[in-house]
Design a protein around this ligand. Structure first.
Ligand code: FAD
Ligand code: NAP
Ligand code: SF4
Length: 688
């Protein structure tokens, strides 16, 4: 064992990422590297054949080299459910079921801990409980107040849950004490108004977590990992002070925790903590501050998605381990690729939440926009094709790139055409939006995959029917995308009118006062682009923290109480229009739409709905709202009115007798996003 550790240590010194690959000795067990796969609910936990699927899902991540996996939250009892019938571990039967998961992970050489999560008042069901009878702003169910005996029962349930997790074969547990769930609800006066020994003074309010850790440690013995996820920055006004957080951490260490993990922000906090516009590693300074206070290993988290960032954080001494959750949906082999110095092959999580968190919030199984196989490992695979075919793919946007690279990976001979000089399609516009810099990574990933799998890439070539009709391609895939919609408004050809393509692609100059027609994702993005004019706070942590009113010195309670956000003055006056009723951004992502809305509101963007457009002329935009006719004087009117499929090539080839497929925006433009485009491409490639 000692020789192995020494070997690993020596090896790590010569690696590109020595800190990531330094083993972590916990005394009774050693983690092979510093990367922890953070807890993430996938929805598989509650699916009919979920056990088999989730075992395959975790096993693939273990095979990919991650040091330690934490499962999605498992409730210790019914009151602690996150939603009706969510996963629970409260009997031997449950424990035996889970043995399939732990065996699958151990067989791949991995380690896995089970997260014990009691949702408290965040439980989306009528049996939820909390320290006090106060409804959360994000659930419709008012909780029952836990009685004293109810609290004792809850502690017993946590202890039993931990004991069963040991029978299940887990290497340890993570006790979820952050993000505003039950334990957090006891700690903060925001949710705890009790007058007994579980409320009032801080010593009373932290009694529950400390008792839980102590009792679990007594029950499971010393050779079992106990991670405590501690809310280090609540991001709510009546959250904990830093002194309280430190006091709790010290008590948790004394109570017998092996590791402390960092939690940032309650779910009800109105500050983004993991969205793509949050800078990379935006919160590791919080964990670093805690390093001075406790001696057990600390894990840091939030928006760390590439090895260079993880290495930098560890090298700086901000933490002992890095937790990443979504990056393992995007690429299960993240760790092995980093170990083999092949970071450029990592399929990077772009933090969009579109296929993971947004799915979970809609009670759908999670997946990943850039890797639709995530959580579908038993359903579709990219095995080598039995017959290698000659395939043409027209269009190198997300749909074309995904089908081309996976078909080539399966052994087909693929030629990919695009009329532009670079691959990426609309992602080349998306990547320029302040806060969407991560979209560069997807293009980088695909460029690398094209080379790796020998796809013949032909750029600057607008493919026509003649190019393909008489060719020897056995399969032709049309992924030509969309054309922006031009609405039928009088004066649409006026010099003041520009399209989003003109702005983002052709870099047309736009005046100081503008009207944006259309309030979909692109309307929002174009507004963001025009407001910031090249300056993106996502690229500078301090600026971003100041914009959201987060106190980096953590003198403010909860990290925010009384802090005024400082936003730069907007570069333009923007008026955003739509014809329909309802709130602006209602069609954006469930977990991110509010951030886009908040950003534009902070910059005084005016939202005007239920309008009819009359005309555009030298004066500006004429429109009516209700009975009233109005004129808005503007320098430019920017059209972001949706898109229609570009399928002429498909129509022209349909009768050619060739085997033709159509995917992405070319197929259906309504409600198109990259999630659908990539999913269609991957599934088609898997079937060829
Ligand atoms: P496209 O990306 O449009 O690619 C089509 C490609 O085909 C183009 O490269 C084009 O040059 C090529 N082509 C067309 N005709 C021919 C021909 N005859 N010969 C050769 N080549 C041809 N989606 C999200 O999911 N999340 C987001 O956050 C997001 N943000 C966005 C922000 C902006 C500013 C924009 C503009 C889009 C955004 N999208 C987002 C939408 C997303 O980019 C599209 O849904 C996706 O690109 C569609 O993929 P596609 O491959 O079908 O088409
Ligand atoms: P969109 O979401 O369909 O929005 C189109 C907007 O144009 C709507 O607000 C609509 O509002 C308006 N509109 C439609 N027809 C019109 C007409 N004839 N005249 C005037 N206005 C009209 O499309 P998009 O913004 O172009 O985005 C394209 C796709 O890219 C979307 O499906 C989206 O999923 C994706 N995308 C996603 C993100 C993201 O953050 N997830 C970001 C950007 C793009 P009214 O009908 O009310 O007028
Ligand atoms: Fe990351 Fe988006 Fe995939 Fe979620 S869907 S894992 S946020 S890339």
């Amino acid at each position: 064992m000692q020789v192995l550790c020494m070997h690993n240590k020596l090896q790590s010194i010569f690696m590109k990422y020595p800190h990531i690959f330094e083993p972590l000795d916990l005394g009774f067990t050693t983690l092979k590297n510093r990367i922890l796969m953070g807890s993430m609910h996938t929805g598989l936990e509650e699916e009919k054949n979920g056990l088999e699927r989730i075992s395959a899902y975790y096993a693939e991540r273990a095979k990919g080299g991650v040091g330690l996996i934490i499962t999605g939250g498992i409730s210790p009892n019914i009151q602690g459910w996150t939603g009706p019938f969510s996963a629970r571990m409260s009997s031997k039967k449950h424990a035996i079921h889970h043995q399939k998961i732990t065996k699958a992970v151990h067989d791949e050489g991995g380690k896995i801990c089970m997260q014990i999560l009691h949702a408290g008042r965040y439980g989306y069901h009528p049996f939820n409980v909390a320290p006090s009878k106060i409804k959360s702003p994000i659930t419709p169910f008012k909780p029952f107040k836990l009685t004293k005996s109810g609290i004792n029962r809850t502690i017993r349930d946590f202890v039993n849950c931990a004991k069963y997790s040991k029978i299940a074969g887990y290497d340890g547990v993570e006790i979820m004490g952050s993000e505003g769930y039950l334990i957090n609800q006891f700690i903060a006066t925001h949710t705890n108004k009790r007058k007994d020994k579980w409320g009032g003074s801080y010593a009373n309010r932290m009694r529950l977590p400390v008792t839980l850790v102590k009792s679990v440690r007594e029950a499971v013995g010393k050779d079992f990992i106990i991670i405590y996820r501690l809310s280090m920055l609540d991001l709510i006004e009546k959250g904990s002070t830093w002194e309280e957080v430190v006091q709790l951490a010290k008590e948790i260490e004394k109570a017998g925790a092996t590791i402390i993990n960092t939690g940032i922000g309650w779910h009800e906090a109105r500050i983004p903590t993991i969205a793509t516009s949050v800078p990379r590693a935006a919160f590791t300074w919080v964990t670093k501050k805690m390093k001075e206070e406790v001696s057990i290993p600390l894990v840091t988290s939030n928006r760390i998605n590439m090895p260079a960032t993880a290495e930098e954080v560890l090298a700086r001494g901000d933490a002992d381990m890095i937790s990443m959750a979504r990056p393992f949906l995007a690429d299960p082999h993240w760790v092995n690729k980093a170990a083999n110095e092949k970071s450029e092959e990592i399929n990077t999580c772009i933090a969009c939440n579109q296929a993971c968190l947004d799915h979970v919030f809609k009670q759908k199984v999670a997946s990943c926009l850039v890797n639709p196989r995530a959580c579908h490992e038993t359903e579709f695979n990219y095995d080598m094709a039995s017959v290698a075919k000659k395939i043409a793919v027209v269009g190198a946007g997300p749909a074309g790139l995904s089908v081309a690279t996976i078909a080539a990976q399966r052994g087909h001979h693929v030629t990919l055409f695009d009329s532009e000089s670079e691959v990426g399609g609309q992602f080349n516009m998306a990547k320029q939006i302040p806060g969407k810099e991560e979209f560069h990574e997807t293009i980088r990933y695909y460029k690398n995959q094209l080379e790796l799998h020998n796809v013949e890439l032909i750029l600057n070539k607008r493919v026509s029917r003649n190019d393909l009709e008489k060719s020897d391609f056995e399969e032709i895939i049309i992924a030509t995308g969309i054309t922006p919609r031009t609405p039928n408004i009088k004066g649409i050809n006026h010099r003041k009118v520009v399209s989003y393509l003109d702005v983002l692609k052709h870099k047309k100059q736009v005046g100081k006062r503008v009207a944006v027609i259309g309030a979909g994702g692109i309307g929002f993005d174009v507004s963001e682009f025009l407001l910031h004019q090249g300056n993106s706070s996502t690229l500078d942590i301090d600026t971003w923290l100041a914009e959201w009113g987060i106190d980096k010195d953590i003198e403010a309670r909860g990290g925010i109480a009384g802090v005024q956000p400082s936003f730069p003055s907007a570069k333009r006056e923007i008026f955003m229009f739509k014809r329909s009723k309802g709130k602006f951004g209602g069609n954006l992502g469930k977990t991110t739409g509010w951030i886009h809305r908040a950003n534009l509101k902070k910059q005084n963007v005016q939202f005007i709905n239920e309008v009819q457009y009359t005309k555009i002329d030298d004066q500006g935009l004429h429109y009516s709202k209700g009975e009233q006719s109005k004129i808005l004087e503007v320098d430019n009117v920017i059209i972001c009115a949706g898109q229609t499929p570009l399928k002429e090539l498909y129509t022209a080839l349909e009768s050619s007798g060739k085997s033709i497929h159509i995917i992405g925006g070319a197929d259906i433009a309504d409600e198109l996003d990259a999630k659908r485009a990539i999913d269609q491409g991957c599934r088609l490639a898997a079937s060829l």
